[in-house]
Design a protein around this ligand. Sequence first.
Ligand code: 5GP
Ligand code: SF4
Ligand code: MG
Length: 465
Amino acid sequence: CGIFGVIGVVDAAQFVALGLHALQHRGQEAGGIVTYAPEVGFASARRFGYVRDSFTKASVIETLPGSLGIGHVRYSTAGSKGQTQIRDVQPLFAEFAMGGCAIAHNGNITNAVALKRELIERGSIFQSSSDTECIIHLMARSIQSNIPERIKDALRRVEGAFSIVAMTRSKLIGVRDPLGVRPLMLGRVGDGFALASETCAFDIIGAEFLREVEPGEMVIITADGVESFFPFERQRPRFCVFEHVYFSRPDSVIGGKSVYETRRRIGVELAREAPVEADLVCPVPDSGTPAAIGYSQESGIPYAMGIIRNQYVGRTFIEPAEHIRNMGVRLKLNVNRALIRGKRIVLVDDSVVRGTTSRKIKEMILDAGAREVHFRIASPPTQWPCFYGVDTPEKDKLLASTMSEEQMRAHLGVDSLRFVSLDGLYRAAGEENGRDDARPQYCDACFSGDYPVSPADMIERGFQL
Ligand code: 5GP
Ligand code: SF4
Ligand code: MG
């Protein structure tokens, strides 16, 4: 998901809408905005679909007055079942004795099932299926006299990955879990401040990127400035390495590193680790593009757009039904036949999850008369599900968890298939000596099975580590 907040600007809702639009790649299912103005109190709007289709309308934005606002774009992840309901669309809002509070959450609470059971037994009435609602009920039970303290109390009970943007009548609040699995950035806009999942959201509103909210940090922002707290026990950070591979936008900066540059360097690593004789390097757009550029630069094989992407299709979110996923690929991607014919092609994509995309693309490329197809993947084999806010299917649906690399190559029907190594990925992300196995610098559980936070709910449901 994508989260955004702003304080101290005229018409906060417009800034939030723009920020969410820049974060649309982090969630396409639905979006919501909450604002506060002293004359009217809290106002909120929640809509299915793209931000640009609802939140650019004056009729919607005019209902959201005030100089303080937060927003969320949603993408449902592990644990969520069936169709998103409007009541699951964030920000969530609750009225406490000391005033209202709205919360937007990116990540996944790994002990939500146990927390929810405990809270329901003690009388809480849940209104949504969202794990985030646990935070509201934990806040309601806190004996602290102000909302920021209640948020701290609640979050100390929560396990898993959370980047949070919250607001009261007068404060904008940002929090990151102690491992800092999901990103959260702090920016300056005019005389005010903004919080966003990624720096690309600051560019669109003309904000200046100040710094990251640190893992385990809580920032409380008012018109007067930013206060910083560290309410949790300190831990070694484990940022999500897959944000660098796929999830974030390439024009964002994370950990002081350009996401585009990291992806390009993954391509360089791939070319060194898995060279091949070929005529063209082609990306699977858009997710494979920077790595393909890096592969081409390092190998000297010319780069070309062998596959063209229809710009009117968003990210093909992992569709639950096989036939829709198959359709999705054709709606989105088409082969540039004139270019491909008779050539040996290196195809670069960011990841293989179920293998649906790769298989379809290989068919399309061979249909177009390619002589050879060599797949190069800019991440290690995805063998484990993510429980921290990225939507991967169950383990047995992950191609790499049921097949060896040679079996995958045969299944996809390509001449060769190679993945970048975990060390190569770490080197590309700025860790010169690769992965430190004793103290891994990132979360890479979907590739390694090394889960930095126990996925307690999933273990309870029978998941085997
Ligand atoms: P597959 O077709 O193998 O199941 O999925 C691989 C494709 O899905 C890649 O092109 C990659 O860009 C994309 N992908 C990887 N991870 C995710 C994710 O978490 N969500 C969505 N929507 N797409 C993903
Ligand atoms: Fe990121 Fe993978 Fe860790 Fe999930 S399991 S947080 S996708 S690195
Ligand atoms: Mg892709």
